[in-house]
Design a binder for this molecule. Structure first.
Ligand SMILES: [Zn+2]
Length: 300
């Protein structure tokens, strides 16, 4: 049975700060409660007139290794770890101000966001959450990668990721899947950190990117495992990829009921699935509205 639940916002404003991986800029993120049906709206508090952009897939822009959105001068980068935290905590409505373009890297995970939001508390709001129940199998492919959305019998949201490499390397093949609830996400997924291989880290630094990022700011895998760091879970990389999947699909802007699995996919494939799910959400809303009006005609 699929019982709809009510929308939530945070009970009080809260904030955190840190430096962006790509821009190295120190930024402050302030999150505020918002009325029903606001959705998640990002605001550039550092720009004149404070331009804003709904955190929605219709504003997604293509970028490598991160998820960005933009509307006019309101540009935001690396929003996925914030979005995963908001989605998993079932926060539907929130105004998020940031005084820069890029969200902070923090420790590479969603845990600092979860801790901050949990500290703010939640309020139940007097409106139903919009939701999309997957009733057909959807599979999208990109080279050897694929992503699928499938129906589930029990009205849950399941996210899974399979990490596999063509050649054995410093990061092992691994997988992870979980049913998304605030408790499960906070405990098992939110602490999983961003990762790169030592070669990738060197290549980024050679391009002048992320020179301020240290081995404690994310996982950098060398031949003997994480350099100057330790994994929090044996399959932390697959857990982090599942976290990214949640954050990217959160841009559909509705509660997702289904099983979402990615095999070797990244932000671009996640973005294509978010678009496909958004189309389905529009169709199912149109069906509901036409059903509503025909019922009313019948009743009259
Ligand atoms: Zn990530």
């Amino acid at each position: 049975m699929n019982l709809s639940r009510n929308q939530h916002t945070i009970a009080s404003s809260c904030q955190l700060s840190g430096r962006g991986y790509w821009t190295a800029k120190e930024v402050q993120v302030v999150m505020h409660p918002a009325p029903v049906d606001t959705g998640i709206v990002l605001v550039r508090s550092d720009l004149p007139d404070r331009p804003s952009c709904p955190a929605h897939v219709s504003h997604r822009t293509d970028a490598k290794l991160r998820t960005n959105i933009a509307q006019g001068s309101a540009k935001f980068e690396m929003i996925e770890h914030l979005m995963a935290a908001l989605y998993a905590m079932e926060i539907d409505n929130c105004i998020v101000e940031i005084d820069g373009i890029e969200f902070p890297g923090l420790d590479g995970s969603s845990k600092p966001y979860i801790d901050t939001l949990a500290g703010a508390g939640l309020i139940i709001q007097a409106a139903e959450r919009p939701r999309l129940v997957i009733d057909q199998l959807i599979t999208l492919r990109e080279g050897s990668s694929w992503i699928s959305a499938a129906p589930v019998p029990l009205g849950t949201s399941h996210f899974g990721y399979q990490l596999a490499f063509d050649q054995p390397g410093v990061i092992a093949n691994q997988s992870y899947g979980f049913s998304c609830t605030p408790i499960r996400f906070s405990r098992d997924v939110a602490p999983a950190r961003t990762f790169v291989s030592e070669d990738q880290a060197k290549a980024l630094r050679a391009r002048g990117i992320a020179s301020h990022v240290s081995y404690s700011d994310l996982l950098v895998f060398g031949e003997n495992g994480p350099i100057e760091n330790e994994v929090r879970f044996k399959n932390e990389c697959a857990r982090h990829k599942a976290l990214d999947l949640v954050g990217d699909l959160a841009l559909v802007g509705v509660e997702l009921i289904g099983k979402f699995i990615s095999y070797r996919g990244g932000h671009s494939l996640n973005g294509r699935m978010a678009n496909a799910l958004h189309e389905l959400a529009i169709q199912s809303q149109a069906r509901r509205q036409s059903g509503f009006f025909s019922d009313r005609r019948h009743a009259a």
